[in-house]
Design a protein around this ligand. Sequence first.
Ligand SMILES: Cc1cc2nc3c(=O)[nH]c(=O)nc-3n(C[C@H](O)[C@H](O)[C@H](O)COP(=O)(O)OP(=O)(O)OC[C@H]3O[C@@H](n4cnc5c(N)ncnc54)[C@H](O)[C@@H]3O)c2cc1C
Ligand SMILES: NC(=O)c1ccc[n+]([C@@H]2O[C@H](COP(=O)([O-])OP(=O)(O)OC[C@H]3O[C@@H](n4cnc5c(N)ncnc54)[C@H](O)[C@@H]3O)[C@@H](O)[C@H]2O)c1
Length: 495
Amino acid sequence: MTKRQASPETTTPAVQATSRPRRRASEVSAEPVVERVPRKRDVRAKVREADFVVIGAGSGGVAAARRAASHGARVILVERDAIGGTCVNRGCVPKKMLSYGAGWASILSTCLAHTGGKEDWRDAIVRVNAEVARLNASYKQRLNEAGVEIWHGEASFNDRGDIVVGNEVIRPRKVLVATGARPVPLPVPGGELVTSSDDVFTWQTVPASIAVIGGGYIAVEMASILSRYGVKVDLLVREDRLLKRFDHDIAAALAEALTAKGVRIHFRTEVTMVSQSNGANEVCYTQENNPGRTQTVRAQAVLAAIGRQPNVEGLGLEALGVKLDEHGGIRVDRQFRSSVRAIHAIGDCMAGNLHLTPVAVAQGRWLADRLFDKRGDIADFDAVPTAVFCEPAIGAVGLTEAEAIEAAGGKADRVRTEIRRFVSLENRFGGLAQQSVFKLVFNARSGRVLGAHLMDGAAPEIIQTFAVALRLGVKASHLKTTMPLHPTVAEELFG
Ligand SMILES: Cc1cc2nc3c(=O)[nH]c(=O)nc-3n(C[C@H](O)[C@H](O)[C@H](O)COP(=O)(O)OP(=O)(O)OC[C@H]3O[C@@H](n4cnc5c(N)ncnc54)[C@H](O)[C@@H]3O)c2cc1C
Ligand SMILES: NC(=O)c1ccc[n+]([C@@H]2O[C@H](COP(=O)([O-])OP(=O)(O)OC[C@H]3O[C@@H](n4cnc5c(N)ncnc54)[C@H](O)[C@@H]3O)[C@@H](O)[C@H]2O)c1
């Protein structure tokens, strides 16, 4: 296991496996034509002009750059690492692919155990890397076809508001900062011994055991996936529950399900120190009910997933007067303008934003439409569907029960819930007793659905479509009179 070294000018995908044949990317997709690596030079370079400079070729930056170029803007996209950003290289894509393997491992180890089949990490990582390389190449190709010029290097602002990359300077009409976020380091002695989710996708083998610190999306997904690849997992959670922004019934059902799959969850823990002894890591922590007693988990590896912080250091934003919030996120108005009007921000580096790929993409496209086409429909950022790709998966949209009660001024009688627990046909086939849980939150008077919270392997797929129904004002009566499709798990929402 090695920590990934981020090189400012590398085009190597972050998750590239050393054992993978070098030709793999070119086998699956054409290489991009336009690529430029500004060189360090002594002579002062000519200032380039551009309509739009986008810093960061992640989900948001790529979407904005392509859309702006499609409106005829001269666009330069600057990226210091691999094209595709977090989602493609060290986020959604490699994680989701590994979770497929984790799911298959579950089936193989139960009803198909007699085949001796087993999902293998090394093999899975090779397949993940091939897909990431294909996406890296295909993103570059599509940017190139759209007319976007790609520069490789670290971008920053000079005191005139121009963009400096190496020794070259670009004078833009508009700038988009889409630099994303990175893992928050664990702020305790020994925190440097701890890995992050970025590192997981570079692993050639899995550790025998791991202590995962955190109770949010990444900690839960990693704990679930790694346990399915045979890693002994201890999950150290600060709160008294998992996934604090999700509905409490679903979070409780998930904790039960993960425990049944062998993940040892330690709630109300405060990690105080990490150290190494006899070839293993020791994570010291206290528990809320006994703060005076230090307890220890020993594990071959330690992973912290305690949130992500915006990538704004070194950009020179504050010197220009761009305002940041207390977490370092760039403050923007409803049109994604920062306190300096020509500078915009979207995605994970924006203050108070949801850290989700489709959110960054929608914001990037809308902004490009507005700046270079003077129109565009803004997406609805109030009913954003979200999923946690653990096993069983969680899908959610709208208000949790607690949020609905709060929105009703604390009057619990204004909110009605329906909860269904059942064992799916898929789990019965697999010989698993694992329950699925579907919870709907209604306005008690009107019957309008305020939120849907599902735990089942199919939950992410169902919740995507359900988000449309929710936005259109679906009511209990509509669910009762819509013909369900049988046999599916989705039919549990109807009738
Ligand atoms: C493990 C993990 C799993 C995730 N899973 C999901 C999921 O399943 N679904 C989902 O919707 N979201 C998921 N997310 C969140 C999602 O990946 C992010 O919300 C999304 O990638 C944000 O896009 P972005 O464009 O704002 O930033 P990023 O994708 O992070 O892109 C920012 C880019 O800017 C570059 N950059 C930074 N500073 C500079 C600079 N000075 N000069 C040049 N380039 C620079 C970086 O190298 C990077 O490539 C996951 C995140 C993680 C970490
Ligand atoms: N499936 C998905 O869509 C997906 C998957 C992964 C990540 N993401 C995005 O990435 C973001 C970051 O994910 P994340 O899991 O790192 O953050 P998170 O905000 O989801 O969870 C952070 C967790 O760490 C805990 N924590 C904070 N400081 C701590 C400390 N010092 N010690 C112990 N625990 C501490 C918090 O209490 C919380 O439980 C998410 O908010 C999400 O938007 C999305």
